[in-house]
Unconditional design. Structure first.
Length: 486
């Protein structure tokens, strides 16, 4: 919907606010009930055969027509006849068509043709998108028997929307009306970000030479002022703060879609349109529910959503690609584990020191040993893929052995906080992981210590450094040996 104080702007209410629709008094009402004869002029009727109406918007309607030459159905967006003689609306309509036509991307519906008549029907044709909206998907998800799987499927579609927005930004275009109703999923996985009627050129890229350009006739048609869908708009949009509208505004819009996916509702609801807009100005939205569909939400995806929805644009992700990478990381494993590298001979952990971190060896080899009465005993030799210290993630305490790099070693660090954030400490899977870890640590039997003089350990390390390779002198841990207590 488009809302605001601009008297030239037509206002349409969101579904939950439709009864509160109150367009500006001097706005021209769009005639969305045009007849087929009004949609297809005599010239257009030579090529297109009218099929049916698809939907209506602030400046006109979208219809399905059949292209007689190419024998396919296409969508035709028609400027309302009541607005066709107003240059302001014609420029706005022309700008929408030119912007969308220049955004050649798999997740943006392509524009085929544009016709502007000084006296008559103004229209452009584009791909006819069949499918259901993200809004419908979110509504039906309340009844899903597998809410976690449904959420992950929605997030997969969300990533494709991020691709569309990031591409638009690379061409200097802001969408400014990102919401579930404008995201359409077709069969076989195709996702489209629709309705570029409020899009505008970014001030940063306007003169870059690599962005979308508008003809002189369309240059004055970009919408400004308080525009957007109040239930999903950013604070800067709701305030009409033009200087703050940027790529981060679309990041907020994407965050609002994430919020709807997780919570099953828009970020802002209210008793009146003014109430919703006021909440948007202040960024006053309810906290994400703990378990909106009976399943606790993973803490990590909630953190991502909250950052995207930060009131201050500077506190949000600074690009759509940054946001996309975070969501991808969540979907790929839920957690981003940092990697640390140790030089040959460097200690990774020391016996008796406090530990609360586990390590996964990504590359290289190391040796674990204990020290007692001045003697070192080799517990185990560890190579790529080995894990040690996992018990300390769930039961922090003194390390039972020293682990030292034999070659250069890269390890992933795993902490309890990372697991809680990624898995959701209150989710069924998080509870499963904790229960399993507790069961294993209770049953953990420490391996026998194999006495080995310091000189032999040094010889093994020197052999690896001189070219013997990490596995030339080292043996893998026996299957019964576990390093959890280290």
């Amino acid at each position: 919907m488009r809302s605001g104080a601009d008297p030239e702007q037509v206002t349409l209410a969101e579904p939950h606010l439709r009864a509160l629709h109150s367009p500006a008094s001097d706005s021209k009402p769009a005639d969305s009930n045009a007849t087929p004869a009004q949609v297809l002029t005599q010239e257009a009727a030579r090529r297109f055969e009218y099929v049916e109406k698809v939907g209506a918007g602030g400046m006109g309607a979208v219809h399905c027509v059949r292209d007689k030459n190419l024998l396919r159905e296409v969508a035709i967006k028609v400027l309302a006849p009541s607005l066709a003689d107003d240059p302001k609306y014609v420029r706005r309509f022309l700008a929408e068509a030119q912007i969308q036509a220049q955004l050649d991307h798999p997740n943006i519906a392509p524009v085929h043709d544009l016709t502007i008549e000084h006296e008559g029907t103004n229209y452009f044709t584009m791909r006819l998108v069949h499918g259901r909206s993200m809004a419908d998907w979110i509504a039906s998800a309340r009844l899903s028997p597998t809410p976690s799987e449904t959420m992950h499927e929605m997030l997969g579609a969300f990533l494709k929307v991020c691709d569309a927005v990031a591409f638009a930004h690379s061409r200097g275009v802001l969408h400014l009306d990102i919401k579930p109703e404008n995201i359409i999923m077709e069969d076989f996985g195709t996702v489209y970000l629709m309705d570029w009627g409020l899009s505008r050129l970014s001030a940063r890229d306007r003169d870059s030479g690599n962005g979308v350009v508008l003809s002189p006739e369309a240059a004055g048609g970009v919408v400004t002022g308080v525009v957007g869908s109040p239930a999903y708009m950013s604070p800067e949009q709701a305030k009409g703060a033009e200087s703050l509208v940027s790529e981060r505004t679309d990041v907020f819009g994407l965050g609002a879609v994430l919020y709807a996916i997780l919570a099953g509702r828009p970020p802002y609801l209210g008793d009146s349109m003014d109430d919703v807009v006021e909440k948007a100005r202040e960024g006053q939205m309810p906290s994400l529910p703990d378990a909106p569909r009976g399943v606790p939400l993973p803490a990590r995806i909630c953190q991502i959503t909250r950052k995207a929805l930060a009131i201050d644009p500077g506190d949000r992700y600074q690009s759509v690609l940054d946001l996309k990478r975070e969501v991808e990381g969540f979907l790929q494993g839920g957690i981003a584990f940092p990697i640390r590298t140790f030089s040959a001979g460097e200690r990774i952990v020391s016996q008796s020191e406090f530990g609360d971190t586990a390590y996964v060896i990504v590359k290289g080899a190391c040796v674990a040993y204990t020290t007692k009465d001045g003697m070192r005993g080799t517990v185990c030799r560890l190579g790529t893929g080995s894990v040690f210290g996992e018990e300390k993630v769930f039961r922090p305490g003194p390390r039972g052995a020293t682990v030292e790099a034999v070659t250069e070693v890269s390890v992933r660090l795993v902490t309890r906080k990372m697991l809680d954030e990624g898995l959701g400490q209150d989710s069924w899977f998080g509870a499963f992981v904790v229960a399993l870890a507790n069961r294993l640590t209770q049953a953990d039997a420490r391996p026998d210590i194999v006495a080995q003089p310091d000189s032999e350990i040094r010889e093994e390390r020197d052999s690896s450094i001189s070219g013997g390779g990490p596995t030339a002198a080292l043996l893998e841990c026996p299957p019964t040996a576990r390093a959890g207590g280290w």
